[in-house]
Write a new protein. Structure first.
Length: 218
């Protein structure tokens, strides 16, 4: 599949409006930690299928570094330690780049849409910007992987209760959606404080999947 520098900010297929969105990445370069164990073919708890490969390998399939166009070379340098993810569900396909990182021994993924989604009008696409979302990533004892998105409802409550101070904007027809605008370093400070909180339900969300491997690929 041809790599293209086309990003969408729409919450594609399963990333609903309840997912926290950020203008900047949740990772910094020094926290990136690539795990080969995530590569392979998976089925999720909602019967969707996931194909996960190294972004570096995916982009190098098309052309060697010395022949890359400038935009592809930029992508290669930025995401060589990320994953290229394709999810198929009910005959629909969505593409993501996910960058793995670790904070205080907890694994996370920074997700954002990649590629052109079918049946999206050009005028609609021209109003879109790409955004990042935060995923908590846990390997279970049986080898399955659980991924949970940070839920917007949890952050909305914290803002309303004035329990957090982090740069953000609100948007939407009713101005009731949140976009974090803090820097990546500020976002990581927030993650540390959030994980240290006493809220036992801080990762409760409707956007979660349990992935079971369907092949023996290493």
């Amino acid at each position: 599949m041809k790599i293209r520098n086309l990003f969408l900010a729409t919450c594609l297929l399963f990333l609903s409006s309840c997912v926290v969105k950020s203008l900047h990445p949740f990772y910094t370069k020094e926290t990136i930690s690539f795990d080969k164990g995530f590569i392979g073919n998976w089925q999720d708890s909602k019967k969707g299928t996931w194909t996960i490969v190294s972004f570096k390998e995916e982009i190098l399939k098309e052309n060697p570094i010395e022949k890359m166009k400038s935009e592809d070379l930029q992508l290669y340098k930025e995401f060589k330690n990320s994953y290229y993810i394709k999810r198929d569900y009910k005959d629909k396909e969505v593409l993501f780049i996910a960058t793995p990182f670790v904070i205080n021994n907890q694994r996370y993924l920074d997700f954002f849409p990649f590629g052109r989604q079918e049946n999206i009008d050009n005028l609609l696409e021209s109003h879109s910007i790409y955004t990042h979302s935060l995923v908590k990533y846990d390997v279970l004892k049986n080898g399955e992987i659980e991924i949970r998105w940070l839920d917007e409802g949890k952050i909305e409550d914290l803002f309303k209760q004035k329990k957090i101070k982090i740069k953000h904007e609100t948007f939407g027809v009713l101005n009731d959606k949140y976009l974090l605008t803090a820097s990546s370093k500020e976002l990581q400070k927030f993650i540390k404080k959030y994980m240290a909180s006493n809220d036992t339900e801080k990762w409760e969300t409707s956007t979660k999947f349990t992935l079971s491997k369907t092949d023996a690929k290493e």
